[in-house]
Ligand binder design. Sequence first.
Ligand SMILES: Cc1ncc(COP(=O)(O)O)c(C=O)c1O
Length: 450
Amino acid sequence: MSLIRKIKDYYKRSKTTLFTTPSHSQGEFIPPLAKKFLGEKFYKCDFSEIEGFDDLREPKTILKELQNKISKIYEAKSSFMLTNGSTSGILAAMLSTLKENDNVLIARNCHVSVYNGLVLTGAKPIWFMPEYDRYWGIYKGIEANTVEKLLNEHQNIKALIITSPTYEGVFSDIKKISNICKQKEVLLIVDEAHGAILNFSKNKEKSALQQNADLVIHSLHKTAGAPNSCALLHVSKSSKISTNEVQNALNIINTTSPSYPLMVAIETTVLYLNSKRGRQKVQKLYKEVENFLKSLPEDIEYYTGNNDKTKILLKSTNINACAFADILNQKYKIEEEYSTPQAMLFITGIGTNNQKLNKLSCAIKKIAADKKLLKAKSKESQLLQLPTVKYTPRQAYFMESNLIDKQNSLNKVSGECITQYPPGIPLILPGEIITQDTINKIKKDKIKII
Ligand SMILES: Cc1ncc(COP(=O)(O)O)c(C=O)c1O
């Protein structure tokens, strides 16, 4: 039975009076503004572990059935619903596989949650920097031979963590990387937060789950149309990681009161994506983005690397991308995901329609045609250097620290993680030496040092 069905049935049949959380009593009390804005249904489907329902911490009935259904759809050994985003999935993936002092190979362009996972687990990071595309100002995908070389250089690596596709949609060679990891008995964790619809597309780019990564994390809110915080964590069929270990780790990270409205959103999103209509919708999105790209004027370039086509990365050959984005914001009321001097990133997903894409296309054409605009060429982007590490993130996190002026922090050890959002990749972590380059990139005036 579906979760929605179960909730509807509850209202039809149950005569029980609940003295349980949540305290709005299934919408008996709703702040008037919320009632007007969100509606009653959001509250009506919000429960806790009442008789006949289930417990996400140890699912046995309706939630277990639902997670099993999701894992069948994704062709995984097991899948877990997350109501606190991929962030919680990444933390749980690390907690279920890494112990204190385990060596873990990590691509430095990982999301900030991976760094927080290092504080929680005490695992020792071995960083590597993916190649950088200076022209577009983005990290390239990770090649299998890079991984092979690193695994030959470093012994006793427990796991490898990479992001694929990246924020900008760039894929790594997961198939070959997972083969190498299997040969070397290294666990492969893929942050596929941006790739939740890959399993439902006919395109050649496949999900890491179909390419034998061990643990794969999906944000359903990023491309798949679910509300914020809806996400999934999957254990692949070929993985030796046990479902139990992952459940135990999730029970450390997760709230004990998972949101039923969000679980309903997860259920309906996955079932929709898996339906004929859903699969057609995914293909339609790719087609519409392709048509959008074809509609762009000559002096607008788009990224054509090995990337997920839901991400649109553009630059003008004449106008600096940040200046271009400012005009889009101010004159045309169009907001991009983020822009750098090299490129503007526009994120599309299930909710993106042709109308939106046409509006963007028209605005871009008008800006590109305006000869009065400053012809400021894009600067080449400067790549972050691999940091010098004095302490592991966990050691540093628990040390005494104090705030000092940024200008006096050169060569001191950072006591905090400073992240640019988007894309959520840290500039510096606790335990790393602060360089002039970091000082130049940090926007705030004070830095915590150890
Ligand atoms: C690559 C990547 N991984 C993980 C996350 C975290 O996802 P969530 O917001 O679902 O917690 C993000 C969010 O921006 C991300 O870009």
